[in-house]
Write a protein that binds this ligand. Sequence first.
Ligand code: BG6
Length: 487
Amino acid sequence: MNSWVQKRDLFVIVGVSGDLANRKLLPALYRLSHDVPSESRFRILGVSTDPACSDNTFREKSQKSVKELAGVDLDSAWLDETLFFQSIGQGGPEDYRALVQRVESLEKSESLTGNRVFYLALPPPVFPVAITRLGEAELNEGPGWTRLVIEKPFGRDAASAESLNKLVHQYFDEKQVFRIDHYLGKETVANLLVFRFANSLFEPLWNRDRVDSVEILVAESLGVEHRGRYYDRAGALRDMIQNHLTQLLTLTAMEPPSSFDADAIQHEKVKVLHSISPIGPGDVVFGQYARGEVDGKPVTGYRQEPDVAPDSRTETFVAMRLRINNWRWQGVPFYLRTGKRLADRVSRIVVNFRCPPVSLFQPFVFSALRPNTLEITIQPDEGFDLRFEVKSPGVPFRLVTQNLHFRYSEAFQKSPEAYETLLLDVLLGDTTQFVRDDWVEASWRLYTPILEVPPQVAPYPAGSWGPKEADRLTSLPELDSATAATP
Ligand code: BG6
């Protein structure tokens, strides 16, 4: 039984009829609480604009959709005891006043703690109005603590992220705000801090003296699926780079925090963003998938996907080179690469160490000496591989690459899903694995100039590793400290 959730708090999901709630949130809340006795379990109030929904029809609908979308069977007793519904009609002030009444009456009838989570599982254009209505209805504070959870994307560029933060802070203190990036809920991502700072082995090597380059790859073999309407306005830079890949980057590059406290960690992550040099047009390649083959099956090009403009110039692939202009990383390129409809699904951080200074074995090595590498695989097949050279037995004298490897699946049982971890953290009030206001703004500031003047979009066949133009990034000469400017 999960003892952490044995409190009768209230979890309000605004936008409960959407994909996210049914695919991720309800299954995660179910997993967290189904073996907790009803008398010590939280309650969930689903909120949507559907006027014709009662508690019972909502339970039936949720049971069906969660089964369909997530393959999870919600137990009927759990549903009856845990799940309630409130319509907010057109989302006007009077609808939110009715929501206040429902929250208060549930807290009374169900003997709840008065602690409240408001989870905005809404399309981003609706965030401002929902935040304003919650604030105006004074749902920003209650008898216990109140927390606000906001899904990504948080803003579309620097200006919109700043104005959304301003609005949030009009009603909520930053300590109440939990901005979601589901990558931070993945066990392998959370483990980056432990790997770096609970071991003394790697930290002395983790710098410009020993590291040649760092690659961060998040490749997907899926296309945009049914999300063309959203994706065609977003693109890979907004959808993946600004949030998920940049989170991986800041966790990989940050300095040791002064403690394992959320603010101390966030502080070091933000410092990395402030040290990144402005990204020039020559540092970025955009691509868009054309027709091709994935897993041996023909697939359509991006422009033929539903709800995508036939002449769309939205990027489905981004490769870029970043420079972190600080004492640890100056001169070490960080390569970020992500795309849809690539050859495989894999998320990985690769640290390429420098080659030995003298090539003692040159006569016996027929190709270039391979550097040591550390591969941290985020998904699938989560784990680490440390590659090094050994002499193969006998003659002729030969070097071969071998690796030390660790796999989560061999060492542990199944890890919890990212949303389970994150929702539990919200209930516990731990903001370590969420996105702080200054991080989100600094990240958008870094990428906004590229969004304003985007590079040409190069086509690539679905099922490949992206446009070949991306390969030129790795062969660019490095800038020295005198020419690498800070923003
Ligand atoms: C989401 C993006 O945030 O992350 C999607 O909007 C993307 O486009 C997804 O497919 C990838 O997440 P994961 O966990 O499958 O790597």
